[in-house]
Design a protein. Structure first.
Length: 141
């Protein structure tokens, strides 16, 4: 398993609403990372999250906490939302290209809904003020 420090971290903003969804979301882009997802996490702190790409279905079997789920298309437009998804559930969106898993309550707090457009940027904790690299094309296969 990769350590948290080895995984890319993203700042994710809801461009439509002008709100920040995550300041340190991890990216699950490999098969192994996608299979593991959040299963080894005890919880998600505010500002954390997991972007699973590509992905069109997730489950919460074996999870220890509820999550908010956003299904996104290739342009990072929200297709479907699932708030406070409890343990032992499955959520699917066959049109989705990726899934963003967030702490429960993030969707309500940010007002995020289907049709909203998200911006993804690499979070750079090492050098304050350095321009963030856009993740606009990441995962566009």
């Amino acid at each position: 398993m990769e350590t948290k420090s080895a995984m890319a971290r993203l700042r994710i903003r809801n461009r439509t609403r002008g709100t920040v969804l995550a300041t340190a979301a991890e990216v699950a882009a490999t098969s192994r990372q996608r299979r593991t997802g959040l299963l080894r996490h005890e919880r998600l702190e505010p500002g954390e999250g997991l972007w699973i790409v590509p992905c069109e279905a997730i489950h919460t079997f074996g999870m220890r906490f509820p999550i908010d789920v956003l299904f996104l298309d290739r342009q990072k437009k929200v297709l479907k939302v699932r708030s406070h998804m409890p343990r032992g559930r499955i959520a699917v969106c066959l049109w989705a290209h990726s899934v963003l898993e967030l702490p429960a309550g993030t969707i309500a707090a940010s007002g995020t809904q289907p049709g909203d457009e998200l911006d993804f940027e690499e979070a750079n904790e090492a050098v304050e003020g350095e321009r963030m690299r856009s993740w606009g094309d990441f995962g566009a296969r």
